[in-house]
Design a protein around this ligand. Structure first.
Ligand SMILES: [Zn+2]
Length: 219
């Protein structure tokens, strides 16, 4: 697995798009972490997964592409939003777009204007160029499996592999979300995996161990 593309952010960080250079494309799978900068778990798990892919020869039925952290500026600032204080998972040009949305930690976040953020534009461009057949987006810390678009069967499998319950929404409205744009409006199966909170190295390690069956299912 190699770095295929990068994007420089407002604060000079790099968003990396990892994958394999394939001659005959197979079933394209996208794995995305770090929409929210205060959720370190997704980026940690996906970096571990990249290391796993590099450490052995993989004969996967998938063409796997990974964006471990879509919001490195938010991660640097220890905040949910990007450097412009926009929630990147509410910035998609969907029919239900709203300028503001619920933030489970602070109450309210700005959504900017539809696809105003370079992180959003970049991911939309990658989805259009690579046309994934499935997308897994990793968040924390609701400990549920949610889905958008034609993804119910896959979501059920992920619920079994992770031990988290399958739900039909996360309990609050998510206007302008990536899942609504890609899943509901572009009919790409999108599963949103909400893992448990893990802060210390020990907790992150344990979370990786718990998620190994999920990641093995891609290889
Ligand atoms: Zn999140």
């Amino acid at each position: 697995m190699i770095k295929l593309k990068t994007l420089k952010t407002a604060l000079g960080n790099e968003i990396v798009f990892w994958g394999e250079k394939k001659i005959a494309p197979q079933h394209v799978l996208f794995l995305i972490g770090g929409f929210h900068g205060d959720e370190v778990e997704g980026p940690y798990l996906l970096e571990r997964f990249i290391d796993l892919c590099k450490s052995r020869e993989c004969f996967s039925n998938y063409d796997i592409y990974v964006i471990p952290c879509l919001n490195p500026d938010g991660m640097m600032l220890h905040q949910r939003e990007n450097a412009n204080n926009i929630d990147l998972n509410r910035n998609y040009p969907t029919s239900d777009f709203q300028k503001e949305s619920f933030n489970p930690h602070t109450g309210k976040s700005s959504s900017g204007s539809p696809c105003s953020e370079i992180e959003t534009q970049w991911l939309m461009g990658l989805i259009e160029a690579y046309r994934p057949k499935q997308v897994l987006s990793i968040h924390s810390d609701l400990q549920v499996v949610d889905f958008d678009g034609p993804a119910e069967e896959w979501a059920k499998q992920i619920a079994i592999l992770t031990g988290y319950p399958l739900v039909h929404n996360v309990g609050y409205s998510t206007p302008g979300s990536f899942g609504t744009w890609a899943g509901k409006e572009h009919h790409i199966p999108v599963v949103t995996l909400e893992v448990e909170k893990a802060s210390t190295n020990d907790e992150l390690n344990k979370l990786w161990d718990k998620m190994i069956p999920l990641f093995e299912s891609f290889l």
